[in-house]
Design a protein around this ligand. Sequence first.
Ligand code: PEP
Ligand code: MN
Length: 404
Amino acid sequence: MHTSPVRHPVAQQPGWPDTEALGTVRHRLATSLPLVMPRESDLLKRRLAAVADGRALLLQGGDCAETFRTSLPVLEARLDTLARMAAALSGPTALPVVVLARMAGQYAKPRSSAFEERGGITLPSYRGESVNGQEFTEVARTPDPHRMLRAHEAASATLNLTRALVGGSPTTTAAYVPEELFVSHEALLLDYETPLTRIDPYSRRPYAGSGHLLWAGERTRDPDGAHIAYLAGIRNPVAVKIGPTAEPDELLALIKRLDPDQEPGRLTFVVRMGAAAVRENLPPLVEKVAASGARVGWVTDPMHGNTYTAPSGHKTRGFDAVLDEITGFFEVHHTLGSHPGGIHLEMTGEDVTECVGGLAGIRHEDLPARYESACDPRLNREQSLELAHLVGEIAARRRAPSWR
Ligand code: PEP
Ligand code: MN
């Protein structure tokens, strides 16, 4: 609807073999109910304006890749964990915490290689439940557009129960749930996002109907690419992942495209440099953006720059590296006088063994025991809570000078 694939190169799309089925699916999505309302996205934008100004903190978290196979206890555990993490961030800082789940739409994954080879057989890479199946067979790995209908259904079911729980369901087993919660995912699959985009009858502007906030990933953030063109066309708050190769001028180009009117809360940069690079790479970006007069939000994703392969072959991340990147991110902003807006995590409320370290003492040898992620390794419940307590303390320390 608002993208022109002719003018803008489209990265990371599945290459659906059945284009007729794709047309049918797009039509069905376009005639389905949207999952979220424009006024909710506007409210999140106001909350994110407070994050950009240092008047609130953002807690964004959830699976790397959601799957269709889920359950109510898993959802309750995630909401309970997010609520406890929000309390841990809010207590020491006395700041409100905006809870933004990576959920109800996080079904598509960008891949570094389009193909995967195993034992001499080459098949398309797994691109998330809304594209193909994880199983290493030709049938499972062939992109099937009908999966986007299942993604819409799964997102809508997840959101339905989330709304009941956040509203205070009398029957939940979760001890805590956030008082207010928004949902977000990477706007990767334009064949899903575009048909779910609707004109808001009040403002007559287009809004994504698939989630409150959408972001462009590190691999699709080309200012001249189709993903940024799509985000530029919607009025939701949007975010962009910023990796270690990003140049200051690229950020200025993204601001020009995505936030030309300098609308408070519209644009958040999610920085994912890696613990070893953040202290060196982030300052020139923050300085150049600040000098341009733009008022964007800055958030740290301490997961994606700290992934490595354990001896067992599992992708993992170390708790210490995650904490170190967060610490570096807060240090940089403290030094420059800008606002560290919060954290973006891959986490679950389950007792999985995917990331190593923390008080839980998970070791490389423990990874095979409960490695359940469909894609990247997530902090488990205990690691998430421990991290949130530590970040609350870091954030409170950093705020101290402004109180004097
Ligand atoms: C992700 O958030 O799962 C992801 C792929 O991140 P990035 O685009 O930053 O690599
Ligand atoms: Mn990931």
